[in-house]
Ligand binder design. Structure first.
Ligand SMILES: *Cc1c(COP(=O)(O)O)cnc(C)c1O
Length: 394
């Protein structure tokens, strides 16, 4: 079938909740993908950082295949022999004591919100039904009703009310705004260390450290959503390491599934995690053996191949070269590791379409920002190839 006919069938049978670029991917390897007619493209979006280890990573595929031949899914009413290894691995990798596995990022965020509320009532002794969670304007944490309840993006909310109460939105990057918003019912602050969907917004230096201090002083949990920034993307295993802090709760997803399975987790201390009792929370697929195998392999690959170091070095190079492009349309080039945003003075979609036609896949975020976030297995030569394409259009 041609690219065009795939798109036609998609549009007639599928809900129109996305507006994809007109490309139909039918094969992929590493940083490269091929469309239904055999044309080759470089993927610089990486499923929004879910493909940090590259498409069809050989090591992860091998481990997942081995698991496919043993057991893929069990009821959580029983134990399986892969989940404990995954839990141990993800705790050791991140330096947290306990993990709660889910599948998608939004589910892990919901889990963290539930945990924070329960911790508030049972440990902090907040008045029943009064718990408040502080979040940042311009956030992206997923698409469930509760999560969009505190989105500041009109389109994400339009038509979906009534909304979940208990959230307070403050300005991103302003620690004093958080301090002011805290009251006796505040149980948690949940933020992204860098706002990915929000346009690759890097907060001022010292912000996270300040927020850490304020939350600790006020007995409020600091919960970081590193679903997009985590797992080596920003040049460290976690973006919070840039400010030498540690949150109380860490939320991971995307690349944790190694580009194969949806795997997410909430990580925390034994004391905070202990608010969950049997029956409080769960997920049919959360912690399944196949996802666990993917998760273990995904983390092992990041470690063994020093992906954080790669992202750091290649990201610095990529940003430097992008900054050297002299164009009246480029207003700002910002990034950390291989999470890079190029802010334009005009709609970015137009550039994404031009680059796509020329074999480079990227996507606009927030109308004016082009996001470049290739798989972290990319080579310097491949970045040079991409730079050649980018230079052509600016
Ligand atoms: C993608 C993303 C989510 C949501 O993850 P899903 O798997 O799409 O539910 C949440 N938070 C951040 C920061 C993300 O980038």
């Amino acid at each position: 079938m041609s690219n065009k006919s795939h798109i036609r069938v998609n549009d007639s049978y599928g809900a129109h909740n996305y507006h994809p670029l007109p490309i139909v991917i039918s094969k992929a390897k590493g940083v490269w993908v091929w469309d239904a007619e055999g044309k080759k493209y470089m993927d610089m979006l990486s499923a929004y950082s879910a493909l940090n280890q590259g498409h069809r990573n050989e090591y992860i595929i091998k481990k997942v295949k081995e698991q496919l031949n043993r057991v893929t899914l069990t009821s959580r009413a029983f134990h399986n022999d892969k989940l404990p290894l995954f839990l141990k691995k993800v705790c050791e990798f991140s330096g947290f004591q306990m993990a709660l596995p889910m599948n998608t990022g939004a589910e892990a965020v919901e889990t963290a919100l539930k945990m924070a509320r329960k911790w508030g009532y049972y440990k902090k002794k907040v008045e029943p039904r009064k718990a408040q969670i502080i979040v940042a304007a311009n956030n992206f944490h997923g698409r469930t009703i509760s999560i969009i309840s505190f989105s500041t993006e009109d389109q994400y909310r339009d038509g979906f009310g009534p909304f979940t109460p208990g959230f307070k939105v403050v300005k991103y990057g302003d620690s004093q705004a958080i301090k002011k918003a805290i009251n006796k019912n505040t149980v948690a602050v949940m933020i992204e260390p860098i706002q990915g969907e929000g346009g690759i917004i890097i907060p001022p230096k010292g912000y996270l450290r300040e927020v850490r201090k304020i939350t600790r002083e006020n007995k409020v949990l600091l919960m970081l959503d590193e679903i997009q920034t985590g797992l080596a993307r920003t040049g460290k295993n976690f973006a919070y390491e840039w400010e030498n802090i540690k949150p109380d709760v860490l939320i991971l997803g995307k690349a944790l599934g190694g580009g194969i399975m949806p795997v997410s987790v909430v990580l925390s201390s034994r004391s905070i995690m202990s608010v969950f009792k049997p029956g409080d929370h769960g997920s049919t697929f959360g912690g399944n053996p196949l996802g666990s195998a993917a998760g273990i392999a995904a983390l092992e690959y990041i470690e063994k191949n020093k992906l954080a170091q790669r992202a750091l070095e290649l990201g610095d190079y990529f940003v430097r070269e992008l900054r050297n492009i002299k164009s009246e349309h480029i207003k700002d080039v910002r990034g950390r590791g291989l999470l890079i945003g190029v802010e334009l003075d005009t709609k970015a979609r137009e550039y994404a379409e031009k680059l796509m036609k020329d074999g480079l896949l990227c996507k606009e975020t927030h109308d004016y920002v082009l996001r470049f976030a290739p798989p972290l297995v990319i080579t310097k030569e491949e970045i040079d190839w991409a730079l050649g394409k980018i230079r052509k259009f600016f």
